[in-house]
Write a protein that binds this ligand. Structure first.
Ligand SMILES: [Mg+2]
Length: 269
C-alpha cells in the first residue's frame, strides 16, 4: 500500500493537536478539506510529471490527425472546423494544482482566476502540432472553454503566446451563463461542418455524458460509442472532472470526503 507523503499530513495532524479533545465542526471540515487535497496528490503528479500522460496526449493528437485526414476526405458544402476544449486539452494547468497542494487548499474560483490571469500555462504535448496542421488543411479551429468571459483576454494571450492558430476573440468561446457547451457547439455548426472534437471531458463531446448517476455513466457512453469513435478524441485528466464530481457530489468537505469513503467501500464489496 502506498502511503502519502507525511509532510502533507503534518498540517492535518496539527489540527488535532491544537484543538480540545472533541474537534469542532469547523475542525472537522478543515480536516476533511485537507484529506481531499491529499487525495489529489498522486493524480496531480501523474498528470504533471508522468511520461505516461505525456504520451497519452501525443497518442491522442496523433489519432486526431488520422481522424481529421479521414473526415477531410469527405466533401461537404460547409467549411470544416475542429472544436477543442482548452483546459487539460491544449493548456496544462497542473502547475496550478501543484500550487494548491503546496498551499494545502483545493480549487477556488479566486485562485483559479489568479492563475489564468498569469497566462503562462504551457501547451500540452501534441496540441500545437495538431492544431497547426488542422489550420494548414484550411480547417477552422474553435476553442470552446468553460473559462469565464472575464478570463477571455488572458486565455487568448496565453494561446497566442504559444503560437496556437486562430487564438482570437471570434474563435475562443468562453462560458455564456452555463457550463453546457451545446449552444456554443451548435453556433459553430451553423456555419461549419464540425469534423472533430477534442477534450478531456466526455461533455466536450455531448452534455448528456455529464450524468454519472447510472452505472458511472458507462451505459450512456456505450450508446454513443460509434459517434464518439468517429468524431471525438478524449485526453486524460486524472485531477478533476465530472468523473470525480459524480463520486464526491456537492456540499461540504466532510460530505465529499465521506462519499469518497463510502464509494470505495462499495467498490471493494
Ligand atoms: Mg478541459
Amino acid at each position: 500500500m502506498r502511503i502519502p507523503d507525511i509532510s502533507l499530513l503534518v498540517p492535518v495532524l496539527g489540527l488535532w493537536s491544537c484543538t480540545a479533545q472533541r474537534p469542532t465542526a469547523e475542525d472537522a471540515e478543515a480536516l476533511a478539506a485537507r484529506e481531499l487535497v491529499t487525495q489529489n496528490v498522486n493524480a496531480t503528479l501523474y498528470q504533471n510529471a508522468s511520461a505516461e500522460v505525456a504520451w497519452l496526449y501525443e497518442q491522442g493528437y496523433a489519432y486526431a490527425r488520422l481522424k481529421l485526414d479521414a473526415q477531410l476526405a469527405v466533401p461537404d458544402s460547409l467549411p470544416p472546423a475542429v472544436i477543442v476544449d482548452v483546459d487539460e486539452t491544449v493548456l496544462d494547468n497542473s502547475p496550478y494544482e501543484l500550487e494548491n497542494i503546496l498551499a494545502g487548499r483545493g480549487y477556488s474560483p479566486e485562485t483559479w482566476k489568479a492563475w489564468t490571469a498569469r497566462a503562462e500555462a504551457q501547451a500540452l504535448p501534441g496540441a500545437l502540432d495538431f492544431l497547426t496542421y488542422a489550420a494548414s488543411r484550411h480547417c477552422s479551429v474553435f476553442y470552446i472553454t468553460n473559462r469565464d468571459a472575464d478570463e477571455k483576454g488572458a486565455t487568448i494571450a496565453n494561446l497566442a503566446r504559444l503560437g496556437f492558430p486562430m487564438a482570437d476573440s471570434a474563435h475562443v468561446r468562453t462560458m455564456e451563463g452555463t457550463s453546457d457547451k451545446t449552444a456554443r457547439r451548435d453556433s459553430v455548426r451553423r456555419t461549419h461542418r464540425v469534423v472533430l472534437l477534442v477534450g478531456d471531458q466526455l461533455t466536450d463531446y455531448d452534455q448528456v455524458l455529464k450524468d454519472r448517476s447510472s452505472g458511472l455513466g458507462l451505459p450512456e457512453l456505450r450508446k454513443r460509442s460509434a459517434d464518439l469513435s468517429e468524431h471525438f478524441i478524449l485526453l486524460p485528466n486524472s485531477t478533476y472532472g465530472y468523473w470525480r464530481d459524480g463520486i464526491t457530489g456537492k456540499g461540504s468537505a466532510v460530505e465529499k470526503r465521506d462519499r469518497v469513503r463510502s464509494f470505495i467501500q462499495q467498490r471493494v464489496h
